[in-house]
Design a protein around this ligand. Structure first.
Ligand code: NI
Length: 196
């Protein structure tokens, strides 16, 4: 009688533990990450050589993504330089990381303009542009805000306001982490290494 009760008790505790583990696994990624986990997704753009590129092309490698514009005097060059330096710090293993620049100023950032601009940064940098609509969709997927700066110069000399965040995306295209503006290359490299 007593032994049977102990078996029953042990079985019940085991069952409760199993349910608890299952529930914990289900909610593991939930607290605070549900919004940010939705960053990224499909895009259809054109690279600096005029070739059509989609998010599918980058599956299987980590993607370090930044949205900006080539005429940007400060934020963009700082971020793209940090990305390039981070990959240099990682060394040969950085071959598995694809740095990607997406313009939010497709009117001026044509493929030839992107090609010129890319020469200042990492040799593996893929720079992307597209129609207004294609760019808008890509930016929306990454929760990137952009707009023509008010009170700027006339004609072709305008500036763009934009979100300045570097995103690290996984081999499956899913969001891994991000770097706020001003993150130093060594800090960036340290985080990227964890996912290699
Ligand atoms: Ni910028």
């Amino acid at each position: 009688m007593k032994a049977r009760f102990i078996y029953f008790l042990a079985g019940t505790i085991g069952l409760i533990a199993m349910v608890a583990i299952a529930v914990a696994a289900l909610y593991r990624d939930a607290p605070g990450t549900s919004g940010i986990a939705k960053i990224g997704g499909p895009f259809e753009l054109v690279d600096q050589d005029g070739r059509a590129r989609t998010d599918v092309d980058f599956k299987g490698e980590l993607m370090l993504v930044y949205f900006g514009f080539t005429f940007c005097p400060d934020a963009c060059p700082t971020a793209l330089l940090a990305m390039s330096q981070a990959l240099d710090l990682i060394g040969p293993a950085a071959d598995k990381v694809r740095p990607v620049f997406v313009t939010i100023d497709p009117a001026r950032d044509t493929p030839p303009q992107l090609r010129l601009h890319a020469q200042n940064f990492h040799p593996r940098l893929v720079s992307l542009t597209g129609s207004d609509d294609q760019v808008a969709r890509a930016a929306r997927a990454y929760r990137v805000y952009y707009a023509k700066a008010k009170g700027g110069e006339a004609g072709d000399q305008y500036l763009m306001d934009h979100t300045s965040i570097v995103y690290l995306m996984g081999r499956d295209g899913r969001y891994l982490t991000h770097f706020s503006h001003g993150t130093q290359a060594d800090k960036m490299a340290e985080q990227i290494r964890r996912h290699l």
